[in-house]
Design a binder for this molecule. Sequence first.
Ligand code: LLP
Length: 454
Amino acid sequence: MRKFCRVGFLNVRRIILTRLFWQVCEQPFLFLFNPYLCRLKFNFMEIRDNQYQIQGVSLTRLAKEYGTPLYVYDGEKILSQVKKLQDAFSSVKLRIKYATKALSNINILKLMKKAGTGVDAVSIEEVKLCMHAGFEPHEIMYTPNSVSFDEIQEAVNLGVMINIDNIPMLEHFGTYYGNGVPVCIRLNPHILAGGNAKISVGHIDSKFGISILQLKHVHKVVEAYDLNVIGLHVHTGSDILDAEVFLKGAEILFDAAMEFKGLKFLDFGGGFKVAYKQGDISTDIKEVGNKVSKAFKEFCEEYGSELEIWFEPGKFLVSESGYLLVKVNIVKSTPASTFVGVDSGLNHLIRPMMYDAYHDVVNISKLEGPERVYTIVGYICETDTIAADRKLREVQEADIIAIKNAGAYGFSMSSNYNSRLKPAEILILNGKPYLIRERETFEDILRHQLEIEL
Ligand code: LLP
C-alpha cells in the first residue's frame, strides 16, 4: 500500500509538472500562421475533364486502382472546416478538440494535429491512438462514460485531461487525486437537442453527465476532496442546427461556472449539424461563433479571468470530406422498386439503418443521360437500405456509386458483419491520393479466432 501511495504521489507530481510546462509553452494563435490552413484551395468533389474528381484525382480511377468498397477522404475539406471554426471564434481563446470517434484513422489524427487542433477521446484506446498519432497528453480531453476506475487511473497516469460525468467517480477521483490532478466535470444541462433520439444526450433521461440539479452535491464533493476543477463541460447531442441551443447550453454552463473558482476552460462539446442533402441547412457556424463568443466574453469579464473556450466537433470537421465508393453488383426491378445492389452495406455504413440518416448518392460513372428512381441497397443478408427512392443517372452493373457525407461515423462504426472485410481508406492531400488503410483480408477475419479440437 505504501509503495502504491509513493508511486501514486510521484506520478501525480509528474503529471502536474508536465501540465504546467505545456500551459506555459502553448501557442494560442498557432492556427493563424499554420501553413496547412493557409494554402487551402477549396476544391471539393467536382466534375472536371469528364470525371468526378477531388483535388484533380479521378474517383472512378481510385475505385479501379484500389477496388471497392473504398472510403475516400478529402483532406482539403477537413482543413477548410477547421479553418471555418477557427475563424468563427477568432475573438476568443478557442481550442478545438476533434472528436476522435468520428473518424479515427491515425493519418486523419495527424492531419488534425498539423491543423492545430487537440482531440477528444472517449476510451483509453482512443487516448492511446491519439498519443500514437503525436498528440501531447495535454492536448487530449478524455470523456469516458461508464468506464472502470482503472481506465481513468490509466488515463491520469498518461497525463491527459479527465472529464468526469458522475458523482461516485468524482469521489473516487478525489480519494486518489484530490488537490492535485486537474479535472473537468461533465454536466447534463437538461436540454433536448439533436437530430434524433439516439443522438440526443443532454436531456434529463440521458445517461450522460451530472445533472445540473445536482450541483449542490457536486460542490460538497469538490470541497470535501479539495478537487482541482479547472473545466466544465456540456455536450447536448449531434446534428444540432440552432445557434440558440448552443447559447442555451452556454448560459447554463456560465451560471454553473460562477460557482467554481480557478476554472481554465469551458467545453461546449460537439454537435454542429452538417448538410446531408442539397438544400439542407447546416449550423450557421459564423452565427454560433458571433453569439457564443460575445456571451463568452461577457461571462469572462464577470468571472474575472479570460478562460479558454473548447469545442469537440466530429461531424463538422470530417463528415463532408468522406465518400464511400461502392460498385453496382445488380440492378433488380420488383413490382414496387428498382433496387441497385452494391458491394457494401450496413457493415460499412450503418448510419442509414441505425439513425434513418440521409446520405446523398451519385452515380459517378455516368455524367449524362436520363435519370431513374432507384433504391440503393447493400449485400448484407438483412434489410440494409442505403438510400431509398433516389434519382440517379441510369445505373448499370459495375457502375460506381459515391455515397456522400461518409467521413464521420462511417468507417469508425463499421464491422465485419456477414464476415465481410472492412474497406480500404484513401486520403487525398495536395492533389495526391494516399492509401491510409489497407483493405482487410480473409486472414483478418480468422485472426484472434482459436480453433479447438471438437
Ligand atoms: N463530444 C462528445 C462528448 C460526444 O459524445 C460527441 C459525439 C461529440 C463530442 C462529437 O459530436 P459531433 O460533433 O460529431 O456531432 N454515431 C452518431 C453520432 C454519435 C455522436 C456521439 N457523440 C451519428 O452517426 O450520427
